[in-house]
Write a protein that binds this ligand. Sequence first.
Ligand code: AHM
Ligand code: MG
Length: 341
Amino acid sequence: MSDTLAARGRISLTRYLIELERDADEGAALPPSLRLLIEVVARACKQIAHEVGKGALGGVLGEAGTGNIQGEAQKKLDVIANEILLEANEWGGHLAAMASEEMATVFPIPGHYPRGEYLLLFDPLDGSSNIDVNVSIGTIFSVLRCAEGSRPSENDFLQAGKLQAAAGYAVYGPQTQLVLTLGHGVAVFTLDRETHSWILTDDQVRIPEDTKEFAINMSNRRHWEAPVTRYVDELLAGRTGPLGKDFNMRWIASMVADVHRILTRGGVFMYPRDAREPEKPGKLRLLYEANPMGFIVEQAGGAATDGAMRILDIEPAKLHQRVAVFLGSKNEVDRITAYHA
Ligand code: AHM
Ligand code: MG
């Protein structure tokens, strides 16, 4: 730990990014407009954290009374967080357009603001079912480059996850943390609630290759496909089964919180496709959830697949495309992927 950047003193997110911007050595310097983008998203996440923290006192709990494109009922905080991210990001000149899990179509930057070279995608409030019960929730974001030229359309967003310029999430839990990758590892910042600044607390995040912990919503067992049932049965068989060791289970029902635990101490997260909605391959969204989380997990030494292929290699066909997700400790993700073969 003593050799990490985080251990060398209080390094703010701004300083961390400025140092990456100056880092011309490896030809991998962070472009100033991408730095601005990350700073703006991080500032918006602080504002969302503030709204989340108000709870019943701020009237932010409960249903919004509207539905999103996925046919899911929106919570008030889904809508509030979406608005915060749009307002924070529309005027800075760093973006060409945005897309959100909570909006039917893409949001082009209004014509009276300068247009930048990036596309921002987000799940403004992940883990919505946990809002009202005061369990960790988060914001997930992904950054793509935009082809130059005409007004961006949905097509511009349909890029494989391996092309992401950056990805991250904020987790609103006992601590508020921001996890970020720019393609050179994963850094974690903790919100200092006294100074309201993001301070680097880990820049050497590594997911152990082996694990004894898994995460899946077991209530869907009867709807799973055979490889998933086989694998989970083996996990449950523990020491006396083919895997030869006991496994523990956690399921928070906030992907951000489950992934955050896996980044911290390892584990395997699964949201398989199942027979409940046969036309939809899984619950989670490729562009707002699976791609950014897949990028982060790989950058921390883990793996992410849909059972058949690497998440980051999937060519998206639709903005709100869904996908099966297996991610986390490499050896277990490899095993479940092999079971699908
Ligand atoms: P959301 O973005 O509407 O909150 O939905 C995504 C969430 C994930 O965070 C979580 O892993 C999953 O849905 C939980 O689903 P379930 O309630 O089926 O267990
Ligand atoms: Mg979500």
